[in-house]
Ligand binder design. Sequence first.
Ligand code: DHB
Length: 390
Amino acid sequence: MHKRTLLSAALALAALGASHGALAQADTFKIGLILPMTGQQATTGRQIEAAARLYMAQNGTTVAGKKIELIVKDDTSLPDVTKRLAQELVVNDKVNVLAGMGITPSAMATAPIATQSKTPLVVMAAATSSITQASPYIVRTSFTLPQASVALADWVPKNGIKKVVTLVSDYGPGLDAEKYFKERFIFNGGEVTESLRVPLRNPDFAPFLQKVRDAKPDALFVFVPSGAGAAVMKQFLERGMDKAGIKLIGTGDITDDDQLNDMGDGALGVVTSHHYSAAHPSAMNKAFVEAFEKANKGLRPNFMAVGGYDGMHVIYDALKATKGQGGGDALLAAMKGQLFESPRGKIFIDAQTRDIVQDIYLRKVEKKNGGLYNVEFDVIKDVKDPGKNK
Ligand code: DHB
């Protein structure tokens, strides 16, 4: 009798434990955020993690009855590591959504896992046009290089620049930037005299810049990933290229808000095109920048931060729309077509392409409140990724 009581008590406890576990699982919504937190792309990871945490602090950690759990993993920007971490997050942690993706190769490596496991993958940083075609489960909240490059190629020839040399990082986004800038610029009557490509890993810009100095174009168009802009700017100025009459132009990755204020006055006047500036003059952005800086010891948010912040917004809204009951397919459906105001301006997730539609700004580096900022002076509204028309 005594024995049986003990046994049934043990069984009852086990059952309780199991249902407790299941309940905890069912009550939790897990986001697997894979980012480069160390290595060459570490600023991207730092910015996106900080933005995701700010979004959660501002919007609560319980949504549609679910407790949001953010699991951050460092892939050191090596795609094999990204892939292994994504697999572990899906199989072991049973995450509801995958997110992050600091560089294009990481997003490409994770795409098949999103497809096979039917897990939405919110790409918050990587920006090669073709990424959204690598899996039907990918939704993007960053930007595409064609979006930014075409806008600049329309502005440049109207502003006295006829001959350009291009210099890009030799991988997906760099090749997109080179191609879309060049095609549009030539269409507009410009001439690209040379197209140079530097390796993504441990780039040495010096020999390339020397070549550009000798070629003496009106301008040098540059794309390098976030975090590499300051090195290019330093070497550009050290070689006196600005004094030799060569203008530096590019997508806004080069005048990255994460580094811009430390680039020195030599950066003044540099014109770039991009989707986000910390100086964007909306009330929402002012509040965003203030809250971000306050939560992160004065760190200024850059375009990566806004991709992370808006990515969390997309996930939260999808969870709300599915009332916490949806699986991967339902969440994905609820992400498509979302339209809301971001710190960068109004954004839209195109339901057909799952890519972001947004305003692209032309900006010039100016001094404002004692610091260097990308000050917007023109805007092209509602730009779809030009890469999707090919
Ligand atoms: C990518 C990475 C960056 O840091 C950036 O600024 C743009 C694109 C990428 O790998 O896709």
